[in-house]
Design a protein around this ligand. Structure first.
Ligand code: PEP
Ligand code: MN
Length: 454
């Protein structure tokens, strides 16, 4: 078949292959009302500068490979759906702060370097379980992320608008610029992040983590006394990621690397394929099989061992370390049955993958008062099940994938501050899935550090 992948490819067939997905079923794509406008926008996107560079994606692939071997641990976190309005310096800074603070705690708990990755600078498209939403007898298209339409429940807002793809690109560029400035400009200084964590621990609600907090403090004082060069710890590598959902956008940002002649998706360092679009013969898997970035696939409870093995073969035919991450997201009640056979068979029959746990998407419930929420205790329980299963299988737990924000929202139930059903109404802001707030995110890091620290 024209464009089908073969091992030795000419530059022309590599480029043609990047459009092969157009012949395949592509679920979750918007119904754009005006094809001419879409084509115009895509032509503009195709000549924009890359947001990330091939060499950076290669560096992340090496870090993901280290995580697959137990030499690093990945923390991937951010909003379910970013919004253009929230791409402000304050909101982005607090999200980065939250991830850096969690990373310091996890560095100690795991005794490993933490690979820091935001669900940031591109997470503007959402898969939905239904094409339309009905309210008071009115039926409109569902909200598919701000790269597609707006959230307000009006026909104008919900009509997909291709110009939003360009806005998503510019918003991603602005966000990435801030990420680079914050993580390279001294803001990420280990001593400063540690001081922020001391602020968190001054709240008596977190007394149960005092021992580990004191141990971390002691470790930093020891480093200081031993003459560690803190100047070298002022900057951190921070990678961007999002779900590769809108294939027109992802294709327009896929570029040929001038060093190697290989295609890279330059919209983010790491892309993942969602649970709803991971069909083996589907368009999403095909396009991502052809780019060199490190990539992930979400695996929900319906994933069979055979699905996982065939995905591994298709997405990582050369068995390249760090290339493929499986992100399991099955729920606290299923993880302990789901994971052991999968770990055993993938380990036996496929090239090494990096295993990550998304403890969010299998634990979504509707609260008594009608909010889409998640219990902090379920989230932690899935993480614990993930670590236990790896422990028993002798495989490596490579990282966590978390929906979080740096703000003081009230979207998930529980945590030591005990957000209850009534409390959810106080500040429920997410446009799609509920996120851990700043405090809950740090508490999670301390709880996970306790699980890891033996
Ligand atoms: C998400 O990550 O927001 C998401 C939709 O996840 P999943 O594909 O695992 O359902
Ligand atoms: Mn989500």
């Amino acid at each position: 078949m024209k464009g089908e992948q073969v091992n030795e490819q000419s530059p022309q067939s590599v480029i043609e292959g990047l459009d092969f997905w157009r012949q395949l079923p592509a679920p979750q794509q918007p119904s754009w009302p005006d094809k001419d406008v879409l084509d115009h926008v895509l032509a503009e996107l195709a000549v924009t500068p890359p947001l990330v560079f091939a060499g950076e994606a290669d560096a992340l692939r090496a870090r993901m490979a280290a995580a697959s071997r137990g030499e690093a641990f990945v923390l991937q976190g951010g909003d379910c759906a970013e919004t253009f309005a929230d791409a402000t310096a304050d909101r982005i800074r607090s999200k980065i702060m939250t991830i850096l603070q969690m990373a310091v705690v996890l560095t100690y708990g795991a005794a490993l370097p933490i690979v820091k990755m935001g669900r940031m600078a591109g997470q503007y498209a959402k898969p939905r379980s239904s094409d339309t939403e009905v309210r008071d007898g009115v039926e409109l298209p569902t909200f598919r992320g701000e790269a597609v339409n707006a959230h307000a429940f009006t026909p104008e807002a919900r009509t997909p608008d291709p110009w939003r793809l360009l806005q998503a690109y510019h918003s991603s560029a602005a966000t990435l610029n801030l990420i680079r400035a914050f993580t390279m400009g001294g803001f990420a200084d280990l001593r400063r992040v540690h001081e922020w964590n001391k602020g968190f621990m001054s709240n008596p609600a977190y007394k149960r983590y005092e021992t580990i907090a004191q141990e971390i403090d002691g470790a930093i004082r020891f480093m200081s006394a031993a003459g560690v060069d803190f100047e070298a710890l002022k900057t951190v590598d921070f990678y961007s990621s999002h779900e590769a959902l809108l294939l027109d956008y992802e294709r327009a940002l896929t570029r040929i690397d001038s060093r190697t002649g290989q295609p890279y998706n330059c919209s983010a360092h790491f892309l993942w394929i969602g649970e709803r679009t991971r069909q083996l013969d589907g368009a999403h898997v095909d396009l991502l099989s052809r780019v060199r970035n490190p990539i992930g696939v979400k695996l929900g409870p319906s994933t069979s061992v055979d699905d996982a093995l065939r995905l591994a073969e298709k997405l990582n035919p050369d068995g390249e370390p760090g290339r493929l991450t499986f992100i399991t997201r099955v729920g606290a009640s299923k993880i302990r049955e789901f994971l052991p056979p999968l770990l055993a068979e993938v380990t036996k029959n496929a090239a090494p993958v990096t295993w990550m746990c998304d403890p969010m998407h299998g634990n979504t419930i509707t609260s008594g008062s009608g909010y889409k929420t998640r219990r902090f205790s379920d989230i932690l329980d899935e993480v614990r099940g993930f670590f236990d299963a790896h422990d028993e299988a002798g495989t490596v737990p490579g990282g966590l994938h978390i929906e979080l924000t740096g703000d003081d929202v009230t979207e998930c139930l529980g945590g030591s501050e005990e957000i209850d059903d009534v409390g959810l109404a106080r500040r429920y802001e997410t446009l799609v899935d509920p996120r851990l707030n700043h405090q809950q995110s740090l508490e999670m890091a301390f709880a996970v550090a306790e699980m890891l620290h033996t």
